[in-house]
Ligand binder design. Structure first.
Ligand SMILES: [Zn+2]
Ligand SMILES: [Zn+2]
Length: 292
């Protein structure tokens, strides 16, 4: 019910090339993310973070009360695996334009110089300012630095989410935030049966929500629930709630003949985030996200 499909590099590469042929405007973005996704699914095979320990009574309380199971800081990172992946990501970044190359080089110098990047991996999850300090000391853009570090720890986070998902039951459905880690959803998915799932922006766990209500404010008044889509991209629609002014970008998997790899669909549909923001709506992740 709640587990996501496990991908291999060939499947991801096929999905990337299928989408590259129909979205030429995203050639540069796919030139970066295509190899990144492949490197991540390859790294995931050998990623084995320490099991997240949860006290049974705490787990029971959280399940009964409908709380998310953990804070993001409780995810564990397989540091050697994330380090190896980060090296691969730095090489990919080096070929992907000046700004990302600069960040990749700064990180690479630290790795080669033996500086610990483990504390930067931890900062992705607990946000204690170490990434910002490193960005200042190396004169690189903090958002790009955060992006590369997040991409490197993502296989660990996803492994933790898969571990914790085994504890979930139906009571965690219909939430406006991730039942595993409490983070906001980044993307919606309509499955072959027309059910609506949300995907977590951090751990990419997916959970079921009510299709006919706004997932954020539970508004069910059809007069204030709208959506827009383009005839050129019938597989995407953007749900708009006139009450809380939030939007949700949704991929209708019944309208695609390519494989559905959620992180890929997210990065090749940023134009829809921009359109929703222009119309005055805000993403669940907050103003400016992810339509940068
Ligand atoms: Zn999550
Ligand atoms: Zn709403």
């Amino acid at each position: 019910m709640t587990t996501n499909h496990v991908w291999d590099a060939a499947g991801v590469q096929q999905a990337v090339s299928q989408i590259a042929s129909i979205r030429p405007a995203y050639a540069d973005i796919l030139g970066f993310y295509g190899p990144v996704f492949a490197a991540q699914v390859n790294a995931a095979v050998d990623t084995c973070p320490e099991a997240i320990r949860m006290d049974d009574s705490l787990l029971e309380m959280k399940l009964n009360e409908g709380f998310s199971l953990i804070d993001p800081s409780a995810f564990t990172v397989d540091n050697p695996s994330a380090g190896k992946l980060l090296e691969a990501l730095c090489r990919i970044a080096a070929a992907a334009g000046e700004k990302l190359a600069g960040v990749g080089e700064a990180l690479n110098r630290s790795i080669i110089g033996g500086a610990l990047v483990d504390h930067l991996f931890a900062d992705v999850l607990d946000d204690k300012g170490r990434i910002r300090d490193f960005a200042e000391s190396t004169d690189v853009a903090p958002d790009l630095l955060s992006l590369l570090l997040y991409l490197a720890v993502k296989p660990s986070i996803e492994a933790g989410a898969r571990q914790l998902a085994t504890h979930l039951s139906g009571i965690q459905e219909k939430r406006d935030s991730c039942p595993i880690c409490g983070s906001a959803p980044i993307l919606g998915e309509l499955d072959p049966e027309g059910k609506l799932w949300l995907h977590c922006r951090l751990c990419w766990h997916r959970w079921l929500v009510d299709r006919i209500a706004c997932p954020f404010c539970k508004n069910r008044d059809a007069a204030s629930l709208e959506y827009f889509y383009s005839d050129d991209e019938p597989e995407y629609r953007v749900n708009l709630c006139g009450k809380c002014k939030r939007y949700l970008k949704v991929v209708d998997t019944r309208r695609i003949d390519r494989s559905f790899y959620p992180p890929l669909e997210q990065v090749v549909s940023i134009h829809l985030d921009m359109m929703a923001v222009e119309k005055g709506y805000v993403h669940a992740m907050g103003p400016g996200s992810p339509a940068k």
